[in-house]
Design a protein around this ligand. Structure first.
Ligand code: SF4
Length: 716
């Protein structure tokens, strides 16, 4: 009851994939008191500095409150009817003239699962195009592709507790201390209780995460596959393998090993390529071989690469060879960046997926989904992945794009290309909570959406735990929930199947689809993702839904079975039940440093900011940590390139340029520089690092290479 101030509401933090439970208590004076939810398994009552500051970010300053249409005199306020009629009319005309692939949705891991579900259903089942992609493409699509290749389905085998049960935690390409702080605290407490627990960090930078590490391997950027192929080769050579597990539950070891042995059989050679101390590399290899309970957790340093999928599989290979999977305290673990990256994957919110973990390329899967939806059509080929989508917009083949809860003019690689694309686009619709963003500057139609604290739905965190986000603030202005906006649009398009009497009904349909014909009988499509036990919840039951991990299946006797970890029975999701080793041939980043651009640009987060700062930017406390963008570089590189700490430098690549203040102390190795992703064109000077990043992508996942762009730094 929103009128009852001082009552606490249990909800979920919107900032990262850890998915911490939050207790929000609106006060009579308009402020909100924030505390951790002691009853949530992810965080047991603790919050990091970003989560703790949520109360400072819910004010209405700068909010987009009314629908607006752009005319000759700029944006003007209009009614919802006028705005949605306009968009529906334009989409109908474009589809009639150019076909369904001439329109697109570009959505976000900030969306709730119910929003995502409706967006995906609308595009794939009714418009008939798979042109729906998401900013999750930029952060974890390589992990998705790696899981599908190895396991047969996009499945994270472990849970957070496994990080505490492990005898060795390996963090690869992850500054967990800053980017997933509550998980890092869980690791730190486990290590304090059991100091013999080993922590290894594999990262080109000496980040805050390294402070707790027993071993830091500062690999040369982009060399992860060499390192893990070397480990695979070493484990095989010394016999640290699980022959029974390999024979019964896997396929493809011979080919993966033969490939690994081509370049990576000699650890000395691997150490040279990865630019790490050979003794330190051997210490890691020996410790891995000697430890049964190993978790290898990886994040954007692995995923955001032109070899991101192979990197993920090279890690998974090393777990499969020793059977280090499916039991407590062991397994490969992709830590997701955004709060609902996982939920988006469940509903098929990527251009190459269908809902409920089904495949767009499989006719039987398409038929199942179309029949369940009773939809007039179903997309029968993949849509444009994020980078290609904006290229298609600039080329004019995609004529209308609807951007929801994301800011691609800041966050995409080659971000100036996004500007060019949007400037040429016939119809740009943006749904957001913020009035002024770099992307909104290009909108023909602006639609006000509900934000955190105002909207209801679910999110799924990195350990497959579904949690409710609950509203505790009234809807501001005329803002509406994204799923409602999309349903109202769909009805104007003449589509049936979008008449839901509440967000619980959307969740119910999603849960029923996950269980629909999900089994091994003829004509069924077996998949592990199944939340059938959560179907048919009443509005009140949905409101009261406790955090729950999937799969959540109702057994014949009525009990609900939930799986904390997967593959304990050695059965994987490929049709033959076996996991796959994937042969991964190492390859360097696509664009090498050169005389003109001699340094490698790495990008990432700082501790106290989130994405393009549209929310965290409102908190003075969070701004205290880092006040402006910067370029972190090694002091010797600064000397060599004629720039000084504290002074402004011009940073340029083949794709763009920006000015940033030089700093040292970020733990960067020689030859690389680091610039944070958060600052935008709304800052005093245009600080969009995305404008510098090469638009190269992984050929399998389509994820961009944010961690390696050749760059020049010079005096400003
Ligand atoms: Fe929020 Fe992530 Fe911090 Fe948890 S760790 S409070 S989910 S930002």
């Amino acid at each position: 009851n929103l009128s009852q101030a001082h009552l606490s509401v249990r909800t979920t933090c919107p900032y990262c994939g850890v998915g911490c439970g939050v207790k929000a208590t609106p006060k009579g004076d308009g402020t909100v008191e924030i505390a951790g939810d002691a009853g949530h398994a992810a965080n047991s009552g603790k919050l990091c500095v970003k989560g703790s500051a949520l109360g400072e970010t819910v004010g209405l300053d700068g909010r987009l409150l009314y629908p607006q249409l752009r005319g000759a005199d700029g944006l003007r306020r209009v009614s919802w009817d006028a705005a949605l009629d306009q968009v529906a009319g334009d989409w109908q005309a474009i589809i009639a003239e150019h076909g369904p692939d001439a329109v697109a949705l570009y959505v976000s891991g900030q969306l709730l699962t119910e929003d995502y579900y409706i967006a995906n259903k609308l595009m794939k089942g009714y418009v008939g195009s798979a042109n729906i992609d998401t900013n999750s493409r930029l952060c974890m699509s390589s992990a998705v592709a790696g899981h599908k290749r190895a396991f047969g389905e996009d499945l994270v085998p472990v849970c957070y507790e496994d990080l505490e049960l492990a005898d060795m935690v390996v963090l690869v390409g992850s500054n967990t201390a800053w980017c997933h702080p509550i998980l890092f605290q869980r690791i730190a407490r486990a290590k304090e209780a059991r100091p013999e627990m080993k922590l290894v960090v594999i990262d080109p930078r000496r980040t805050a995460t390294c402070e707790l590490a027993d071993l830091h391997l500062p690999v040369k950027p982009g060399t992860d596959v060499w390192l893990f192929n070397g480990l695979l080769s070493y484990l095989a050579r010394i016999g640290a393998v699980a022959p029974d597990f390999i024979a019964a539950h896997t396929r493809g070891l011979e080919s993966a090993l033969a490939t690994a042995n081509v370049e990576c059989a000699d650890p000395l050679e691997v150490a040279k390529i990865c630019r790490v101390d050979p003794a330190a590399l051997m210490e890691f290899y020996e410790a891995f071989a000697a430890t049964a309970k190993v978790i290898t957790a990886f994040s954007q340093g692995v995923n955001q690469s032109s070899a991101g999928t192979d990197k993920a599989n090279s890690i998974i290979n090393c777990h499969l060879i020793g059977g280090r999977i499916g039991q407590p305290g062991m397994g490969p673990f992709s830590i997701t960046g955004q709060p609902n990256a996982m939920g988006g994957r469940e509903v098929g919110g990527l251009a190459n997926m269908l809902a409920a973990h089904m495949d767009l390329e499989q006719p039987a899967h398409r038929e199942l989904v179309q029949t369940f939806w009773d939809s007039p059509r179903i997309a029968d080929h993949g849509g444009h992945k994020a980078v290609d989508l904006f290229k298609a917009i600039e080329a004019g083949t995609v004529k209308a794009v609807w951007i929801i809860a994301t800011n691609p003019v800041v966050s995409m690689p080659d971000a100036d290309q996004i500007k060019r694309a949007l400037a040429k686009c016939q119809l740009v619709v943006v749904s957001d909570i913020v009035q002024n963003t770099d992307t909104n500057d290009f909108a023909h139609v602006l639609l006000p959406a509900l934000g955190w604290g105002e909207k209801d739905g679910t999110v799924t965190n990195s350990e497959r735990r579904i949690s409710r986000q609950r509203a505790f603030l009234p809807a501001p202005g005329e803002a509406r929930a994204d799923w409602q906006i999309l349903c109202q649009f769909a009805q104007r398009m003449g589509y049936e199947g979008f008449d839901f009497d509440g967000v619980h009904a959307v969740f119910d349909e999603h849960a029923r689809l996950s269980a629909h014909q999900n089994g091994n009988a003829p004509g069924e499509v077996a998949r592990v993702f199944n939340i059938g036990a959560l179907a048919a919840l009443s509005r009140n039951e949905y409101d009261a839904l406790e955090p729950v991990q999937w799969p959540a299946v109702r057994l014949a006797d009525g009990r609900v079975e939930v799986s904390q970890r997967l593959f304990g029975d050695g059965r994987f999701a490929h049709a033959d039940g076996k996991a796959r080793f994937i042969a991964t041939t190492p390859r360097a980043p696509v664009n090498a440093v050169c005389e003109d651009f001699p340094l490698a640009l790495n990008t990432g987060r700082v501790r106290d900011q989130w994405h393009t700062m549209t929310r965290t930017g409102k908190s003075a406390k969070l701004a205290d940590h880092v006040a402006e963008s910067f370029v972190d570089m090694h002091p010797q590189d600064a000397l060599l390139h004629g720039v000084r700490e504290g002074e402004l430098a011009r940073v340029s690549t083949k794709w763009g340029a920006m000015v940033a203040r030089v700093q040292h102390g970020g733990g960067i190795a020689r030859g690389s520089v680091f610039i944070p992703i958060h600052w935008s064109g709304q800052s005093a000077s245009d600080a969009r690092v995305g404008a510098l990043v090469n638009p190269v992508v992984d050929p399998v996942s389509g994820e961009p290479e944010f961690k390696h762009t050749p760059v020049r730094v010079e005096q400003f």
